[in-house]
Design a protein around this ligand. Structure first.
Ligand code: PBG
Length: 323
């Protein structure tokens, strides 16, 4: 017999464990949280399209972060939902904005939790776009200063890392310059470098109340059909000083993630987004798939494709599954 006997190395569980190439570790996972500015600090508003996830008042958030730490979670990403929105998204960079308060509270309570903040205006603007609007268009350059101020206010509150998700050109450079000038040369930037204009963000926009009130995000987020363009975006962010690069969404773009892995030596993040989570949850609830197994297979695949770390709404559960 002269054919390949691949089954030899799959004969027993110990053997399969021995030759496993990819291991999902608790410290690979980053859980996104939504903090809601509300008079009731203990408020919990479940997000219908993301079962298991809620908008949390400040107190409820701190409780959940504390519990997640005890479960083994070591990193989180924060999104804010402000009480007031305006044309310029001023609550995004307000010193006492909801994210700034949340960072402070988390750092007081669970100081070792790695706190990453999403830097964007869309949750804070009345029009729901990620940048300033003039003549019906999202304005790139005037937005940069606001993004830099947002990032600065987050690190001043104690954020360990900032993650710009707006897809304006030049934002990594603008943020880096501002952080450095203000004495925060030690805080890294995780750039949402390759972010697609994806329908998979649907549930998130309900969760963060950030759907654009007119038009769409196609003049700043990328065309799902393009991979080479993603490489150009990544290169620009590397040149501008990004410390980590992100691909988003994750599963539909594993090819892009793999190409970035081969080309760059920076750590890579992948964002398993709200729609990817919702699909698994919905099919799991119907009993059509094994939710836990599908979630773990998805996250392992993202890691196998080249992700150093993964943002996922399954993180809290997954740290226990793999811990
Ligand atoms: C903000 C932002 C979005 C997501 C992360 N940051 C939404 C968007 O760009 O419309 C999506 C995350 C998810 O779907 O889980 N710009």
């Amino acid at each position: 017999m002269s054919f390949f006997r691949g089954r030899r190395l799959r004969r027993t569980e110990s053997l399969r464990n021995l030759v496993r190439e990819t291991e999902l570790r608790p410290q690979d996972l980053i859980h996104p949280f939504f903090v809601l500015e509300d008079d009731d600090l203990q408020t919990r508003k479940p997000i219908a399209s993301m079962p298991g996830q809620s908008q949390l008042g400040l107190g409820a958030l701190v409780d959940d972060v504390h519990r997640a730490w005890d479960q083994g979670l070591r990193a989180l990403m924060l999104f804010g939902i402000p009480k007031h929105k305006d044309e310029r998204g001023s609550q995004a960079y307000a010193r006492e904005g909801i994210v700034q308060q949340a960072v402070t509270r988390i750092k007081e309570t669970v100081p070792e939790m790695l706190v990453i903040t999403d830097v964007c205006l869309c949750e804070y603007t009345s029009h729901g776009h990620c940048g300033l609007i003039a003549e019906g268009m999202v304005q790139n350059d005037p937005t940069l200063e606001l993004l830099a101020q947002t990032a600065l206010s987050h690190v001043q509150a104690g954020a360990d890392m900032v993650a710009p998700s707006d897809m304006m050109d030049g934002r990594v450079q603008a943020i880096r310059q501002t952080l450095d000038a203000e004495g925060f040369c030690d805080r890294p930037i995780m750039s949402y470098a390759v972010k697609y204009a994806s329908a998979f963000y649907g549930p998130f926009r309900e969760a963060a109340q950030s759907a654009p009130s007119f038009g769409d995000r196609k003049t700043y987020q990328m065309d799902p059909a393009n991979a080479l363009e993603g490489l150009r975006e990544a290169e620009a962010d590397v040149q501008e000083g990004a410390d980590m690069l992100m691909v988003k969404p994750a599963l539909p773009y594993l090819d892009v993630l793999r190409r970035l892995r081969e080309r760059y030596d920076l750590p890579l993040a992948a964002y398993h987004v709200s729609g990817e989570y919702a699909l698994i949850k919905a099919a799991g609830e119907k009993g059509w798939i094994d939710e836990r197994q599908v979630a773990l297979e998805s996250l392992t695949s993202i890691k196998r494709a080249g992700a150093t770390c993964i943002l996922t709404y399954f993180a809290r559960e997954a740290v226990e599954w793999v811990g």
